[in-house]
Write a protein that binds this ligand. Structure first.
Ligand SMILES: [Zn+2]
Length: 344
């Protein structure tokens, strides 16, 4: 047995030597070359199919993304920052009708935009961690008419509309003062696919503050969020939308590293794949009808504008590993995403 086996190897070696150098390559090499050519042809065909699919839905993954800014959801709005439950339901229903699918701020800044072909991403953000956004009963069910309860209701009615949002947390902790209750609330959010972001501990204006003060405000609440939930925030919303003297202090400091800092106004954001994307100052849009100060730069006006300017809006090709866009926009692709590029 053993001898025959060795003999077999010898024959194989001889055959290899004999065929090397002659015109026809050994059978194994031919096979390999064939499969390489096959693979290349397959890759080409699959890329062509991807390009075709992207073009069919007019994918534009260098287009603009609305990041909506909410505060309290209360029956009687006291300021123009508040929305009533009925208004918030209508806000969400409009997004459903117009083909938007929510992603989180963390997903956006990481470039993880996984929504179906032809759909538009929208980021829902809630500032100040108030009880009107989430209050849970004794068995962990969100109270009726809180922001989270409404978002889940609307999503249940419209499959495909993801019930996810980013909650920008301060020491207010959804009105909870007991550590165990704070942990329950934050862990519930994490377990239900919500994103936890930093909104500074005391909600102070960071403009003009020393580096030490800025870092302390950001790192203390960041650590608290992590110790309560295990989540390390990857984004921050700047109180009043004001950047510190050095805008990078909001992104990197002792114990924290953010991939994006969000402002308070006044335009849709560039896509994270675009050169126009500015991680230290990502614009958001206040949610409000077209009136008064909001006649031009709040959500109703901007959603109207994005509807009218389809070529400016982000449209997904349905594949999170590619960045698909009309070839004409090529100069705007961020270099870090060059290997994902799918121009058509
Ligand atoms: Zn705030």
């Amino acid at each position: 047995m053993r001898l025959r086996f060795l003999g077999g190897l010898g024959v194989l070696a001889a055959a290899t030597i004999l065929t090397t150098g002659c015109d026809s390559p050994p059978a194994d090499t031919v096979k390999m070359a064939d499969s390489k050519a096959d693979a290349a042809a397959k890759a080409k065909a699959s890329k062509a199919a991807k390009v075709q699919r992207a073009a069919a839905v007019k994918a534009n993954e260098l287009g603009q993304i609305p990041v909506l800014m909410f505060h309290r959801i209360v029956e009687k709005p006291a300021t123009t920052d508040d929305r009533s439950p009925a208004q918030f339901r209508a806000d969400l229903e409009r997004l459903v009708r117009e083909g938007y699918v929510p992603i989180t701020a963390a997903e956006m800044v990481a470039g993880k935009i996984d929504i179906p072909a032809g759909k538009h991403p929208v980021v829902l953000t809630f500032d100040d961690s108030s009880p009107s956004q989430l209050t849970l009963n004794e068995v962990g069910v969100p109270q009726k008419d809180t922001a989270v309860a409404i978002l889940k209701e609307v999503a249940a009615k419209h499959p495909g509309f993801r019930p996810v949002a980013t909650m920008y947390i301060t020491r207010d902790m959804f009105g909870k003062t007991v550590r165990e209750e704070q942990a329950q609330t934050l862990q519930w959010l994490k377990d239900n696919g919500f994103d936890l972001g930093n909104h500074t501990r005391d909600h102070i204006n960071l403009r003009g503050r020393s580096q030490k003060e800025v870092e302390e405000q950001i790192s203390t609440i960041g650590k608290q969020i992590t110790s309560l939930s295990g989540v390390k925030p990857t984004t921050i919303a700047l109180p009043y939308g004001n950047q510190p003297k050095n805008k990078n202090w909001a992104l990197h400091g002792p114990g924290y590293h953010h991939d994006g800092a969000f402002l308070a106004g006044y335009t849709p954001s560039a896509a994270p794949f675009s050169k126009a994307f500015e991680p230290a100052g990502i614009p958001r849009i206040k949610v409000m009808e077209k009136k008064g100060d909001c006649s031009q730069f709040c959500s109703e006006a901007w959603l109207d504008w994005l509807n009218k300017n389809q070529d400016m809006r982000y449209v997904s090709d349905g594949d999170p590993r590619t960045v698909a866009y009309p070839k004409f926009k090529n100069p705007y692709l961020r270099k870090t995403f060059a290997t994902w590029a799918l121009p058509y």
